[in-house]
Design a protein around this ligand. Structure first.
Ligand SMILES: [Zn+2]
Length: 250
């Protein structure tokens, strides 16, 4: 099995964007055990074309929004075990917080985001910086030109500040309106959604699904990653999420 894991904040609040540092350490214990291969996001995407399934489950680690708590709770641990990861950065909010557009979201903690200096330090430790737009908008609410601007300015900001052009994108809120994949494809090697399932062979490179780490909060919840029991649990969750979205129309 191949899968991309999606984290946001590492804090103990229990919010929908939070995985506790203790749970993350439990995940890292598995990643460092040799039972799972952790590879860079682009490598994982390139491997999707391979005919055979990997011997061990292969995963890529991604962190959306660039929360400041990653500097203490994730980066040292990842570096200690030589585990690659990608952080998707909202370039207009770097060093500020996740109140997108100045509005605090209900049920979501408002937390500080990494500044450029901390992102540069993470990059020096081997973390890959990806794009997550300038202002974290719902892309479906924007014109085609405004969407392109969100992507282009984010790429320009990150390149200017960190000296490396981002090659990966995560769509804010997992919102991928028609045409967005094409915009992403002309700018990035791969782009990630929030569709909760593992990768399939031949997956569209600019609409990659990810497993939300929030669903693996109980100790050992990832330990059978790649097994058929694990697949069934994820499929059940995916189906529930899809059904709920159709009903609620969020
Ligand atoms: Zn985000």
């Amino acid at each position: 099995m191949r899968a991309i894991l999606m984290y946001h904040s590492l804090d103990a609040s229990g919010s929908p964007i939070s995985v506790s540092p203790a749970v993350f350490r439990d995940h890292v214990r598995l990643f460092a055990s040799g039972a799972v291969d952790v590879v860079p996001l682009e490598t994982l995407a390139a491997n999707m074309g391979a005919a055979a399934a990997p011997v061990r489950p292969q995963v890529a680690l991604t962190f959306d929004d660039g929360f400041a708590n990653l500097a203490a709770e994730a980066f040292p641990l990842l570096a200690a075990h030589g585990l690659p990861a990608t952080v998707f950065v909202v370039s207009g909010q770097v060093g500020k917080d996740n109140a997108w557009g100045g509005v605090r979201a209900r049920g979501i903690p408002t937390l500080p985001l990494l500044d450029w200096e901390a992102l540069g330090a993470a990059q020096a430790q081997g973390v890959t910086i990806g794009a997550h737009t300038v202002s974290h908008p719902h892309l479906s609410a924007l014109s085609e030109a405004a969407r392109a601007e969100e992507l282009d300015r984010c790429v320009a900001d990150i390149t200017a500040r960190l000296g490396v052009r981002p090659r990966t994108l995560a769509y804010p809120f997992g919102d991928v309106p028609p045409g967005a994949e094409t915009l992403a494809a002309s700018r990035f090697a791969v782009a990630c959604t929030t569709v909760h399932r593992p990768l399939r062979a031949g997956e569209a490179l600019h609409a990659l699904p990810r497993l939300d780490a929030w669903y693996f909060r109980t100790p050992g919840a990832l330990d059978d990653l790649g097994s058929s029991a694990f697949r069934l649990r994820v499929l059940a969750r995916h189906t529930l999420r899809t059904a709920r979205r159709l009903l609620v129309r969020d």
